[in-house]
Design a protein around this ligand. Structure first.
Ligand code: PDD
Length: 287
């Protein structure tokens, strides 16, 4: 099935989809993005991602390319044209095309918009979640505004590649205090040795994960013990269970950190149950 990409007002074949060489996203990483999970052909956690997109754009003073409603139409159309039932839809907005200059271009410069959609083999993803995955740790070396979902992802790229080379699914950044901040493309969670669910608070320099937020609501509803408070790598090593959340993996149990088994080294019952609860909720509320 041939893939189609939305680029600045047109749907074009995937192989021909391109932006200008002086697009500020390409030259300066001057842009933001969002990723929605597509569940049953619908957008998961739709509003959370639109709200974060608006915030990322506003923090960088990039003019929103359009209102939510027409943008939503374009996301749906990209999903439809690519026949995606289970997968991901990716949106990128940059400050547009202009002669290279670090400072902002003329105010009327239109932002660039790209949308791609791809399928995920949900059965394979579910099977992987049954087995759980390994994480490695890397020193936190990112900039101070990880709350903005920018396309400036080089430290994340290098961390993820290191994980991949080690046969791991994710890399966790660990700051100079020994605290786990988040993953290269996910938020990090543990169930500590006292049985409390822990994930870092969003006052810290991390992305305000939409999956994280929805899961927190589910946990509150379930009456589970939860603390939004950082945890050290040491605490993670001693944890009963660990897992990651994000639009890419939804919720993936972690079975080892830097080669050392977590809990029994197999997927724990809580992470397994929470994955099911999150996916049920996300499917129920997808639009
Ligand atoms: N990544 N932290 C980072 C650094 C991320 O890049 C992501 C998402 C998350 C989880 O956020 P959410 O639950 O809103 O997806 C946390 C996306 C999936 C990506 O870069 O592909």
């Amino acid at each position: 099935m041939s893939r189609v990409v939305y680029v600045n007002g047109r749907f074009v074949p995937h192989g021909q989809a391109a932006v200008h060489v002086e697009d500020r996203g390409y030259q300066l990483a001057d842009g933001v993005y969002e990723v929605w999970a597509v569940l049953g052909g619908k957008l998961a956690d739709a509003s959370g991602h639109f709200e974060r997109l608006a915030r990322s754009l506003s923090e960088l003073s990039i003019t929103p390319p359009m209102e939510r409603a027409p943008l939503e139409v374009l996301l749906r159309e990209t999903i439809r044209r690519n026949h995606v039932r289970e997968g991901l839809v990716y949106l990128q907005v940059t400050r547009g095309v202009a002669p290279r200059d670090h400072a902002f271009p003329a105010p009327h410069t239109p932002p660039s918009v790209v949308i791609t959609a791809k399928r995920v083999d949900r059965a394979a993803a579910d099977a992987r979640a049954e087995r759980g995955g390994a994480v490695i740790t890397v020193p936190e070396n990112r900039w101070g505004r990880c709350d903005i979902k920018t396309v400036g992802l080089l430290p994340n790229v290098l961390a993820k590649q290191k994980a991949r080379a080690a046969g791991a699914v994710e890399a966790w950044f660990v700051d100079e205090l020994g605290l786990v901040t988040e993953g290269a493309s996910s938020n990090a969670w543990i169930i500590d040795k006292t049985g409390v669910l822990r994930t870092r608070d969003t006052q810290a320099n991390i992305l305000r994960g939409v999956t994280r937020k929805t899961l927190l609501q589910i946990l509150a509803r379930e009456g589970m013990r939860i603390e939004e408070r950082p945890f050290t790598l040491e605490e993670a090593r001693e944890a009963k269970e660990a897992f990651i959340t994000g639009a890419g993996t939804l919720l993936l149990p972690v079975v080892s950190i830097d080669g050392k088994p977590i809990g029994g080294g197999t997927v724990g019952p809580v992470a397994k149950r929470l994955r099911r609860l999150y996916i049920e909720e996300a499917r129920r509320t997808a639009v």
